[in-house]
Design a protein around this ligand. Structure first.
Ligand SMILES: [Fe+2]
Ligand SMILES: [Fe+2]
Length: 380
């Protein structure tokens, strides 16, 4: 570090008292290796020269540096992401012929992918923001690169939503002419859904600045466990080849995202403060509520929806199921979502984090009453 430069201070973006960050430790080692902190051991001439350089106000993407374990699990997963690329344009889209489906079936599939897009279509901007944040906070290089690879994958997932919806219905799921009452209700559901999505985006954007990376990653992990579970379940049940193939490809990416989160948390979790742990418990509950919209059914806590929302939603899912999309039935969803939450429970409890109660799927745990639904962090 250059003399006189203001040090990056984690407490300015988090209220907790923290250990030195990985970057701070790395810097201290570098300074020690090259002649001592603050330039001791350097000639006065050199010290005067270095003292001239203006400080860089943090958070900032500068100065450029690359610290972190470049051989570790996260770095390896980043390498794997480069090898496992696939192109959504190469899927056999000509086999997804709108003429093969009834209009209600097309409506159901379009509806389901519009719901999915609330989570998967938001992936690119959500992860791009997280990536920029990780550069500004000088997180380890493999973590920053992992965020980039996830952003890259999410663009593909968004493209699958885009292609399916456009092919079967319209490129603008909130702007089309309904021909009957059911279509009007479906359109209204999608509009309500994206209104809620906009609340998520605002909350997420604020939360990113507010919470330490380890809390953020625990929410990211929730989202990735949810995504992996969803796509694997559906890929097994889908009968249409285009749906089955795209769900498989997306599911493979999501499993890698989940592995990235778990590998990152292995580094971050052992250093958690008690305050962070209780924050994580609350965020896990928030994540469950948010993600239940696609994995199961939306609890009231966060979701602002009109009274008929759920009955229309169920009807749309039934239509999509008939079209061969592989949407699980409510019973299967509940069981699969419950098993996924048990996986997360096992991970966090290993580090002394209490798991929140999820009575919706029959999981007992810490009663969380004060969830701030302005701070929703999970991602897909
Ligand atoms: Fe995704
Ligand atoms: Fe993901």
């Amino acid at each position: 570090m250059l003399r006189g430069e203001r040090r990056f201070d984690r407490q300015s973006w988090s209220t907790r008292v923290s250990e030195p960050s990985a970057w701070e430790r790395f810097e201290a080692e570098q300074r020690a290796a090259s002649g001592g902190a603050g330039g001791e051991g350097l000639s006065q001439v050199v010290r005067d020269l270095l003292a001239d350089v203006p400080a860089i106000e943090q958070p900032n993407i500068y100065p450029m540096e690359w610290h972190g374990d470049t051989e570790g699990k996260v770095a390896q997963l980043y390498e794997r992401s480069k090898r496992e690329v696939w192109n959504p344009a190469d899927l056999p889209w000509d086999q997804l012929d709108p003429a093969d489906f009834s209009r209600p079936e097309r409506l159901g599939v379009m509806y389901w992918y519009s719901v999915l897009a609330n989570f998967d279509g938001s992936g690119p901007p959500v992860f791009a923001k997280a990536m920029i944040h990780s550069y500004e906070q000088h997180e380890p290089d493999p973590v920053r690169k992992a965020f980039f690879s996830i952003t890259r994958d999410e663009i593909n997932h968004e493209e699958v939503c885009q292609r399916t919806i456009t092919r079967l219905w319209s490129p603008t799921p909130t702007e089309w002419q309904p021909k009957n009452e059911l279509e009007a209700l479906a359109l209204r559901n999608i509009r309500w859904l994206y209104y809620n999505g906009s609340r998520y985006w605002r909350g997420y954007s604020e939360a990113l600045k507010k919470y330490p990376i380890e809390v953020l990653f625990s929410s990211f992990m929730m989202g990735e466990v949810a995504a992996t579970t969803l796509f694997h379940t559906m890929a097994r049940q889908a009968t249409h080849p285009v749906f089955a193939q795209s769900l498989r490809n997306v599911g493979k990416d999501e499993a890698r995202h989940m592995a990235i989160c778990l590998a990152t948390l292995e580094d971050y979790f052992p250093k958690l403060s008690e305050q962070d742990k209780s924050l994580i418990t609350r965020q896990l509950r928030a994540g469950f509520v948010f993600l239940s919209m696609i994995l199961y059914e939306p609890p009231d806590d966060f979701w602002k929806l009109p009274p008929e929302y759920l009955s229309v939603h169920r009807e749309m899912e039934e239509l999509a199921r008939r079209a061969g999309l592989g949407v699980a039935t409510l019973d299967v969803k509940r069981e699969v979502w419950r098993q996924a939450m048990f996986k997360v429970k096992a991970v966090v409890e290993r580090y002394g984090i209490e798991f929140p109660a999820m009575p919706e799927v029959g999981i007992t745990g810490k009663e969380v009453t004060q969830v701030d639904f302005d701070d929703i962090i999970p991602v897909f």
